[in-house]
Design a protein around this ligand. Structure first.
Ligand code: ADP
Length: 388
């Protein structure tokens, strides 16, 4: 009897131990899945999420509980486009398509996920099939989402540098090389020499501007250059900036009008950076306006913000280009601007400078009537109380 009892107790103990081990193992696996840096989701064959780790929920902008029970493909669509999938049936169909593709090929499916706009984040989504141990029937899907934003940014920087060197820098460099060769080979007369040297100097300056703008832009974007802010009296600041630009405008028979109200709050800004931004806007207004037109430089403020506007009566910008002009290297392909040297970096730098001050830049434009660019700078309580 005793033998029997002992063996029963032993069996019960062994079974309890096995259960505990199983539980510990399950908990360990659960912890491990929750700790991985990648998003991880498991679905049934219809794509219904049965497990999602916290990282997956974070990437898709949902709670783990909200994710579980939903369809993976519907959730991915919402995360990527902000649009709800048109029907549950469609999402189930997509899951089944993925499942049959994966089962047929026995390899994983991979594609890129782009989520959000400010900031945009990039991910690689990999899908694999969960197959039954014996007959390999598909039991569901396992999806991993790995972030590749850093690699993407690096790739974009490399592409930018390539674009800068291959397209933009080549033109002035070719001019410098060609013109200096003419100088060396043909011994031109004094007048011609002067003309050629002037052209070489202009190309060198253009090259210099391009490198400076690109480096400043990259440093600001990377957060490696922060504005050195101080209180700035906007009217004095704008008058000083215009001192250098009035002659350039006059050369093209363009008048620069100032509209500065008497009472303007001082702003907390980096004078050098803000001067770069305002100069770029005024230089563009001059570049992209015909002679005998007028440019108005004005400032206005309310309780919250101070705006510096540059309005011209120039070529204007069509809506399809308006959405892209702040992109790096973007130049509007149009005949009127063919002779205007430029890098397509100016407005990207203006935007970056405005944003580094916690502000923004806006534009309104009508084709052939003109454009108004405005830099908006936030005012703190101190600035609002300190008036000119
Ligand atoms: P760019 O060096 O070419 O001037 P920007 O980044 O400053 O580069 O401007 C991008 C493009 O936007 C320009 O190439 C030009 O086509 C357009 N643009 C900028 N400012 C104006 C303006 N005031 N009026 C019309 N077009 C403009």
């Amino acid at each position: 009897m005793q033998v029997k009892g002992t063996s029963f107790n032993d069996r019960a103990e062994a079974s309890l131990k096995a259960k505990q081990e199983l539980l510990a193992r399950a908990q360990f696996v659960d912890h491990a899945l929750c700790s991985v840096e990648d998003g991880l989701l498991l679905t049934d064959p219809s794509g219904m999420v049965i497990f999602a780790n916290p990282r997956a929920a974070q990437i898709l902008g949902l709670s783990e509980t909200a994710l579980s029970g939903g369809n993976l493909f519907a959730q991915l669509m919402i995360a990527e486009t902000g649009v709800k999938a048109s029907g549950e049936l469609q999402s189930i169909q997509r899951a089944q398509e993925a499942l049959s593709q994966l089962s047929a090929g026995r390899v994983g499916l991979e594609r890129e996920l782009v989520i959000g706009t400010a900031p945009t984040r990039y991910y690689t989504l990999r899908l694999a099939v969960v197959a039954g141990p014996q007959d390999k029937t598909p039991l569901g899907l396992v999806a991993t989402i790995s972030e590749i934003t850093k690699q993407r940014e690096l790739q974009r920087t490399q592409n930018d540098v390539m674009a800068l060197v291959t397209h933009e820098m080549k033109t002035p460099l070719t001019a410098i090389q060609g013109l200096s060769e003419v100088l060396l080979t043909f011994e031109p007369d004094a007048a011609k020499r002067r003309e050629l040297t002037g052209a070489i100097n202009e190309a060198a300056q253009r090259l210099r501007r391009m490198i400076d703008e690109y480096l400043d832009l990259t440093r600001l974007e990377a957060g490696a250059m922060s504005p050195r802010q101080a209180f700035l009296r906007i009217t004095t600041f704008l008058e000083q900036t215009l001192l250098l630009l009035d002659p350039v405008a006059a050369q093209r028979q363009i008048r620069v009008r100032r509209v500065f109200p008497e009472q303007l709050p001082v702003v907390w800004a980096d004078a050098d950076l803000l001067a770069r931004a305002v100069t770029n806007l005024i230089a563009n207004a001059i570049k992209y306006s015909p002679p005998h037109t007028e440019i108005t430089v004005s400032a206005q403020a309310d309780d919250q913000v101070l705006g510096i506007s540059v309005a011209d009566q120039g070529n204007g910008i069509a809506p399809e280009h308006l959405v892209r002009i702040f992109e790096k290297f973007y130049r509007i392909p149009r005949v009127e601007d063919a002779d205007e040297p430029g890098t397509g970096l100016g407005l990207a730098l203006v935007r970056e400078i405005a944003e580094s001050h916690g502000g923004r830049v806006t534009v309104e434009s009508q084709l052939n009537l003109g454009s108004t660019f405005t830099i908006w700078l936030p005012l703190s309580t101190v600035e609002r109380e300190t008036h000119n």
